[in-house]
Ligand binder design. Structure first.
Ligand SMILES: Nc1ncnc2c1ncn2[C@@H]1O[C@H](COP(=O)(O)OP(=O)(O)OP(=O)(O)O)[C@@H](O)[C@H]1O
Ligand SMILES: [Mg+2]
Length: 267
């Protein structure tokens, strides 16, 4: 089955000048296309570490990560760069916008490696800026934007290339209630209707309503289900790896295909 993302017994230990710091320890997970996986956990529990590992932005200390059915360690640096540019949309916790560029340029930047025509690019750019209510800010230098505006630009940048894997680190943290709801709906639709894999780290419990599976992290390790009625995932869909996430709603059959009636209605 193609396009899965797997973490197999992955640990990350950061080496600082003075000590070793645990990022995450022995975590296994499979993310299928069409699924939304939620990472919950207190500050410092390892959520960002997991997301960076999944995108190949940092290397695991032990364990293996499989990205689109090929081990990350087997990709060349150039291949990984192309995958990040074209197949992964990463919404960073601190946005990582280029301060001196305007909104339009910050979003457009990632499309230059995507091979789409200039005309298509412009159409997509305009439509996404309208969708995220930042069209009126398109000429504004990013440095001057509010946190919520920056967050929406970062989201636009992550989705404009129609990435297969969308990784979102606290994507609603700076948004007001209604904007937050819109983003939750948007990423839910991208997962369910466009068959993207969406992995979200958040403290915002509204994601639980739409997530298919959830991981609770505590001190880099998996913790219990903490009050949410969820069923332990046995990893039966993928006998080759244990998967420690918890199913909230199972949208896939035994072969990993989406069950049609569980799709959400929007096209
Ligand atoms: N580059 C780094 N060097 C050393 N330690 C790091 C580094 N990045 C993260 N850590 C440590 O790894 C642990 C997990 O950090 P991580 O950023 O993954 O947590 P988090 O769950 O995303 O937290 P938050 O909710 O505050 O964003 C923390 O103890 C953190 O201090
Ligand atoms: Mg974080």
């Amino acid at each position: 089955m193609s396009d899965r993302v797997l973490m197999q017994s992955v640990s990350k230990i950061y080496q600082t000048n003075s000590h070793q710091q645990l990022g995450i320890q022995d975590i296994s997970l499979t993310v299928y296309p069409g699924e939304m996986v939620l990472l919950l956990g207190p500050s410092g529990s390892g959520k960002t570490t997991m997301l960076l590992l999944m995108a190949g932005l940092i290397q695991p200390t032990t364990g293996e990560i499989v990205l689109f059915d090929k081990k990350i360690s087997a990709y060349s640096a150039k291949q990984l760069q192309m995958i990040r540019a074209n197949r992964i949309g990463f919404i960073f916790q601190n946005f990582l916008l280029l301060d001196s560029l305007n909104v339009k340029e910050n979003i457009e930047l990632v499309t230059f490696f995507s091979g789409i025509s200039r005309r298509q690019r412009k159409a997509r750019l305009d439509s996404i800026m309208h969708m995220l209510s930042i069209y009126h800010l398109r000429e504004t230098i990013s440095k001057t934007l509010s946190q919520g505006e920056k967050q929406r630009v970062a989201i636009a940048r992550a989705i404009i290339n129609n990435a297969d894997l969308i990784i979102a680190d606290e994507p609603t943290a700076s948004l007001d209630v209604n904007q937050g709801k819109d983003i939750i709906n948007l990423l839910h639709i991208l997962a369910r209707s466009k068959n993207r894999s969406v992995v979200v780290a958040s403290h915002d419990m509204r994601w639980v309503d739409v997530a298919d599976r959830v991981l609770f992290l505590q001190d880099g390790r998996l913790n219990g289900i903490e009050g949410i009625q969820a069923q332990r995932h046995t990893g039966s869909k993928d006998s080759g790896s244990k998967d420690q996430s918890l199913i909230l709603r199972d949208v896939r059959d035994e072969t990993g295909n989406i069950i049609p009636e569980k799709r959400c209605g929007t096209s």
